[in-house]
Ligand binder design. Structure first.
Ligand SMILES: O=C(O)CCC(=O)C(=O)O
Length: 370
């Protein structure tokens, strides 16, 4: 039996119920959150009810001038000081920015979003063949990778595809999104390589330094589907977290709901037609010794929907590597001692996965004592 939270998350009268059985029933249905909505529910099951909102969440953002930086990559070939400085500030002070004129054609962005939606709107019987919690699979359809670890389930389903470093055989992808996923993956990997070069330069390293550390070696695509939610105030689309990778490039549709934490307040990451959202992952914060910051972010549930987004995580996930990652030596000095202990990507990800999204930042676990 587990303590739970009542539907009125404001009053928080604990009740007990067999949470595990309810999680398992949801998991065994293999039909995700979309399956609940298709079944016509008008109240969200209690496994999705979030605990009392934390202070940080309940603080209403005060009006401020802050907006998420937008970086124009039009003149990328000239490596203008303006672009490099823009990336340094955005990556080092906010951890989140949008890029425009990034070189990925608009038609590719639109087709990718449509195909992601197309997959999630396939009949459940078709999607079920991809449903698994077997983490070593390269193509996984599921709902809440941390279903059994988290304090409450999120209003979100995901198709997860490991695209590199070993090329995914297209036949492994569902037909409805096969060709465009291969094309999008290629284009987004190219953009990621450029961003790693700019980020290297922005923190005072040679342009190829981060690539030399295999930061762009592997990437995964996560196609998220957030169905319209009948009681959005009681749950979240994605719990607050920072990403367990080097870098994330996100394609989002127009529905909205993504928020980033900056100076202890939540700010909307607005939909900007044609733009891609970029955020620094925790592993890049670790190796840059805090010169780059991975900001916490979350996605609100919404009564409008579905919302669709496609995140590309740059991480050599699943790739058998023994490479040790720690703060980059060139960035260290007497005044800038290492802030983190060394780790492998595998150890970092296993720690991250073991705690679920809604606990302390994974970075805290790797922080050296002052
Ligand atoms: O759907 C979004 O906008 C964000 C998704 C996200 O935070 C993630 O994949 O880690």
């Amino acid at each position: 039996m587990a303590a739970s939270f009542t539907r009125d998350s404001g009053t928080q009268t604990p009740t007990t119920y067999d949470r595990f059985q309810e999680l398992k029933a949801f998991d065994d249905s293999k039909s995700g959150v979309k399956g609940l909505v298709d079944a016509g529910i008008t109240k969200i099951p209690r496994i999705f009810c979030r605990p009392k909102v934390e202070d940080h969440d309940s603080v209403k953002p005060i009006p401020t001038q802050f907006t998420i930086p937008v970086i124009d990559l039009e003149n990328i070939k000239t490596w203008s000081d303006e672009v490099v400085e823009g990336i340094r500030k955005a990556g080092g002070e906010v951890g989140f920015f949008q890029v425009v004129n990034h070189g990925v054609p608009q038609s590719v962005l639109e087709e990718m979003l449509a195909a992601a939606r197309g997959f999630h709107e396939l009949p459940t019987e078709v999607k079920k063949s991809y449903y698994t919690r077997e983490k070593t699979k390269k193509v996984i359809y599921g709902s809440n990778f941390d279903l059994y670890e988290s304090r409450f389930a999120n209003w979100r389903d995901t198709l997860f595809c490991v695209m590199g470093p070993e090329p995914l055989h297209p036949q492994q992808l569902p037909l409805v999104c096969r060709d465009i996923t291969m094309e999008y993956s290629k284009q987004i990997h190219k953009l990621g390589t450029t961003l790693f070069k700019l980020l290297s330069k922005a923190i005072g390293l040679t342009p190829d330094h981060l690539i030399g550390l295999d930061c762009s070696k592997g990437h995964c695509l996560l196609s998220h589907y957030y169905p319209a939610c009948p009681e959005p105030e009681l749950t979240l689309g994605t719990t607050k977290h920072s990403d367990p990778d080097f870098l994330t490039i996100l394609l989002q549709d127009h529905i909205g709901g993504l928020q980033v934490s900056h100076q202890n307040q939540w700010f909307d990451v607005p939909f900007l037609p044609g733009a891609l959202v970029v955020n620094i992952g925790s592993l890049l914060q670790l190796i840059s010794n805090d010169k780059l910051k991975s900001a916490e972010h979350q996605v609100l549930a919404n009564e409008k929907g579905p919302r669709v987004s496609v995140a590309c995580f740059f991480t050599p996930h699943l790739y058998p590597s023994t490479r040790i990652y720690g703060p980059i030596k060139e960035l260290l000095s007497k005044e800038n001692p290492p802030l983190y202990r060394e780790t492998t990507v595998e150890d970092f990800i296993s720690y991250y996965d073991s705690k679920g999204l809604d606990e302390k930042s994974a970075l805290a676990h790797f922080k050296l004592q002052p």
